[in-house]
Structure formats: C-alpha cells, structure tokens
Design a binder for this molecule. Structure first.
Ligand code: SAH
Length: 247
C-alpha cells in the first residue's frame, strides 16, 4: 500500500468539533504521532500504533512521521485545534526541506477548529472584525519580538488571541504581554480568559485590561483581547463589523 501522511487538527476538545475528514484519517491510520496529551485522545484499536512524544520534539516527530509514510504506513500526525496554528504542520514541512521532492510521501493537511475561534464562539463574536493570533511562547522567538508584535497589533487596532500565555517553564510571558497592552490600550479594553474550551474543564472569564492579572492564564488558556470597539451586549461580547478611522 502507498504510504500517506495526514496532518490534522483534533479541534479544541469536544468530539463534535473534529472535522469528519480528520476523523476519517484517524480511523484509517496505522500510526498516530503527536504530543502525548493529544495522542491520548485517540482510542487504541488493533492495527493502530500510537506514538506519543514530548512537546519539545516536533522536528524529530515530523521526521519519524515522514519516514513511516515513506515506508508505506498510513500516518496521522495530530495536533490540537488546527495543525497549522502553532502546531505540527509547519514542523512537517520544515523536515521535508531536507528531502528531495521525488522522495516526498503523499501529504494532506486537514484543518481543525483553532482555540481562539472556539473561545470566540463561546463568548459571542469578539473577533468580528480584524484580528491576529500571537504565540506568547519564547521558545522559538525572542521576548522582544513578542513585545514588538503585540505593540504593533494593538496600535493597528487588531483584536488578538494569545496562545501559550503562561507555563511553569515560562511564567512571565503573559505578564510581559499585559505590560505592553497597558502602554498601548485603554483600561476598559475587554480581555477574555478562555480555559479548556469545549472540554469538561471549560471556564470563561470576561474582564477588562484594568482587572486582568497574569495568574488568570495558564497553558490551557487562550486569551482574547478585544479591539477598541469590542463591547458587551447582555451576557455576550462582540466586536462590531465596522471600525472607526485609524483604530
Ligand atoms: N494548534 C492549536 C494550538 C496549539 S498551542 C490550536 O489551533 O488551537 C497550545 C495553546 O493553544 C495553549 O497554550 C492554549 O493557549 C491554546 N489552546 C489549545 N486548546 C485550547 C482549549 N481547548 N481552550 C483554550 N485554549 C486552548
């Protein structure tokens, strides 16, 4: 059988939010590779080998997946959310750069619902106008680059989604982001802490920049920052479809 490598997203947590095509790729896989907590979402069955690995091993995992597919396996590389958002798809293509195109296995990328969109849906429509996604992890870029991007996104009037806001290994990332926001945004700016969205542990806190604290975020939280127009309507939060000049 010709090998195939499918890079897919498992969505934010709820089974109903996995795309049918992603589920079909998992069901047809002989090998599933990914960060251990994501691989744990795949039920074991005869004929399926699970390859859970640590989260710092993306490139090795990608090379392993490519080698398995070159050897004829039906390989699924799983990420949470969307595989192209701070996840495995880019790592696979990075690994592919070392391989002659003639030897590339068949590859498909199947999108998933990314955390910031799942979180936004829970709150209403806080990303109803222009927005951007920023990874607060300083594993692969400097703290200064992160500050620079947040500052410019804020000055540009974008709503923002912060991924990887705070972890034991990187306790200061979100505190640094708050500092930049306090320099560039008004205290009433809406801030949403959306934790473990669509899982049984879900919790959502809607507050303002004045009341946001860095310990409100952890590794299971995506933080949404509204744009200058983002507002509440009843229990909901939304961002109008129009923007004022320059914001
Ligand atoms: N590929 C994933 C993101 C991986 S980075 C996606 O598209 O969603 C990991 C970060 O994603 C976490 O630190 C957190 O910020 C966010 N995240 C992933 N799942 C989440 C969920 N169910 N609820 C809230 N945030 C989540």
């Amino acid at each position: 059988m010709t090998g195939r490598l499918t890079i897919l997203g498992l969505g934010p947590g709820a089974a109903g939010l996995i795309a049918p095509d992603a589920q079909a790729a998992v069901d047809g896989a002989t090998d599933v590779l990914g960060y251990a907590p994501y691989v744990a979402r795949i039920p074991a069955r005869p004929g399926l080998t699970l390859h859970p690995t640590d989260n710092r091993e993306e490139l090795d995992r990608a090379r392993h997946a490519i080698a398995l597919a070159q050897g004829g396996a039906q390989v699924a590389v799983v990420s949470s959310g969307d595989p192209g958002v701070f996840a495995m798809a880019a790592a696979v293509f990075e690994a592919l750069e070392d391989i002659s195109p003639a030897d590339h296995p068949d590859i498909a990328v199947i999108p998933g619902i990314t955390a910031m969109l799942a979180a936004a849906a829970r709150c209403g429509a806080p990303l109803g106008h222009d927005f951007c996604a920023i990874n607060l992890s300083d594993n692969l870029k400097s703290a200064e680059t992160i500050r620079h991007r947040i500052r410019h996104a804020a000055l540009g009037g974008f709503a923002m989604g912060f991924y990887n806001p705070r972890s034991k290994a990187r306790p200061d990332g979100f505190a640094r982001a708050l500092e930049v926001l306090r320099e560039t945004c008004e205290p009433g700016r809406i801030v949403i802490f959306a934790r473990a969205v669509t899982t049984p542990d879900e919790s959502i806190t809607v507050t303002t920049l004045a009341h946001a604290r860095d310990d409100m975020a952890d590794m299971r939280t995506v933080v949404l920052i509204g744009n200058p127009q983002t507002r509440r309507v009843g229990k909901w939060v939304y961002t109008p479809r129009f923007a004022s000049e320059g914001t």
